[in-house]
Design a protein around this ligand. Structure first.
Ligand SMILES: Cc1ncc(COP(=O)(O)O)c(C=O)c1O
Length: 474
């Protein structure tokens, strides 16, 4: 570094000296390596004292900085200790993320490099690496590469938002308040939230009934569309789930694709949780029909085990996506339009954003696609394994046959209070951490197996904890 460092009162210069940078990075790497090594034995939930710690940490930033990097690092690590252990093998609540070290390294690199990817021209080859990821996502779902486009978002919710906005623009134009869209009560809330943000209200929402397996009833969908047309409304979007959050149910995608094609509706598949099971034979078979969607949401921070903060959307018709998001600006006139490479800002709500491509590309290249396929196949096997264990228990009742990797269960007979106590007991073990949900008004516990760190030993331990807890309550 040739320039003189800017003097900073008390703390580090904005660009610390090379040896300081080395020491700081080494301290972070060391901490993360220890952290990762400790995940196996870390409590699956450790929020006790978390709120008190939060209160102690509440403070405005100091006027004068500090050179005690280790202290600042320790404070952050301490804050991260009083949490759910999202990255550990026993975290089986909600939808687990993973937290790949290779993605974290890529993120450090990306932030350090600080390249700009809102438009392609400033960093063509970095955009290309991101395109390697989004092209792969399109290929994974057999979308035609000539017309389709993927983008990486901050998560599934933002991907669903861009999908709804694209659908609205493509099918309804500017006067859209007579549009109606169709989801089931099992759809993730981010879909209706997206529609609300996109300007729709309760009167535009149609909740399509589900069958006994909690899958969208296509016959009901058809007749609701028909009734809305007869009422002079404009049905424009159907959102199907390729893996609901509650139970992992997969809507009948082929039948829905047929209806959407016949009726001219935009067909969006929310595969935020389930999407990457498409890598496996079993997943691909269950998702048949997804390849006919207009758009699909996937979440690398779920099925690719990335740290939180990376979702994705693929859209069959790139132009529809661009038409819905494009806003020209005179101050960008020096930069060329999308061509061989896309301008992501023409396709999404964002202009400036972090480089998301590297944190997906690093793991895909370093581990290889096959490693992800095998890990996801293992999750499907583990689901069968724990389902069999719980089915064999006279005190436990299984809710629905898992299609992916969510197992729902409760105390046999459905006594809600006892099932609530069951969850408390299981989570008190600190070896596993589960969550609950309401399905058709009834209380169910869920085991959701996604993390690359969850293997047969922890799943067997989880089954044993559940069975012992249920026996103690009987
Ligand atoms: C099916 C489904 N859709 C959308 C989302 C929202 O994704 P995100 O939390 O990445 O915004 C989730 C999150 O769990 C989900 O399971």
């Amino acid at each position: 570094m040739s320039a003189e460092p800017v003097p900073v009162s008390g703390g580090f210069p904005f660009d610390p000296a090379p040896e300081e940078m080395r020491a700081m990075a080494a301290a972070v790497a060391e901490a993360l390596i220890d952290w990762t090594a400790g995940l196996e034995d870390a409590p699956a939930e450790a929020t006790e004292g978390g709120i008190e710690l939060a209160r102690r940490l509440a403070a405005a930033p100091p006027e004068t900085g500090t050179r005690d990097f280790q202290h600042v690092l320790e404070e952050a690590l301490g804050a991260a200790r009083r949490t759910f252990e999202y990255s550990g093998p026993g975290y089986l609540a909600y939808i687990p993320g993973g937290g790949l070290y290779t993605a974290a390294l890529a993120e450090f690199l990306a932030q350090g490099l600080n390249r700009y990817v809102g438009l392609w021209q400033p960093s063509p080859a970095i955009v290309q690496l991101e395109e390697n990821v989004t092209r792969w996502l399109c290929t994974l779902f057999d979308f035609p590469l000539e017309t389709s486009q993927g983008v990486l978002t901050s998560g599934g919710s933002m991907a669903n938002l861009s999908a709804v906005v694209t659908a609205r623009h493509s099918r309804l134009g500017e006067d859209f308040l007579d549009g109606t869209y169709y989801v089931t009560d099992q759809a993730h809330g981010s879909n209706t939230k997206a529609a609300t943000i996109a300007g729709f209200g309760a009167r535009n929402l149609r909740l399509v009934p589900t069958d006994a397996e909690l899958r969208m009833d296509p016959v009901a969908l058809s007749s609701m569309i028909q009734a809305d047309r007869e009422a002079g409304l404009r049905p424009f979007l159907v959102v199907a789930a390729a893996g609901t959050t509650n139970t992992g149910a997969v809507d009948p995608l082929e039948a829905i694709a047929d209806i959407a094609a016949r009726e001219g509706l935009w067909f969006h598949v929310d595969a935020a949780y389930g999407g990457f099971f498409q890598l496996t034979d079993r997943g691909r078979a269950r998702f048949r029909g997804a390849e006919r969607a207009d758009s699909i949401t996937v979440d690398p921070h779920k099925g690719l085990f990335l740290p939180y903060g990376t979702g994705g959307l693929i859209v069959r018709d790139r132009e529809a996506m661009r038409d819905a998001h494009f806003e020209g600006a005179a101050y960008l006139q020096d930069l060329p339009p999308s061509g061989e490479l896309p301008n992501y800002n023409e396709l999404t709500p964002e202009l400036s954003r972090d480089v998301r491509g590297l944190r997906v590309w690093f793991p895909l290249v370093l581990h290889g696609v096959e490693a992800f396929r095998e890990a996801l196949d293992e999750k499907l096997d583990l689901t069968e394994r724990i389902t069999a264990e719980l089915e064999a228990d006279p005190n436990i009742e299984i809710g629905w046959d898992p299609e992916l990797t969510v197992v729902t269960f409760r105390m046999r007979g459905g006594d809600e209070q006892r099932s609530r106590r069951l969850l408390e007991r299981i989570n008190a073990s600190k070896r596993v951490f589960l969550s609950s949900t309401l399905i058709r008004g009834a209380y169910w516990l869920r085991v959701c197996i996604v993390s690359h760190r969850t293997h047969a030993d922890r799943i067997d331990e989880c089954a044993a904890i559940i069975r012992a807890s249920a026996a103690a309550l009987t």
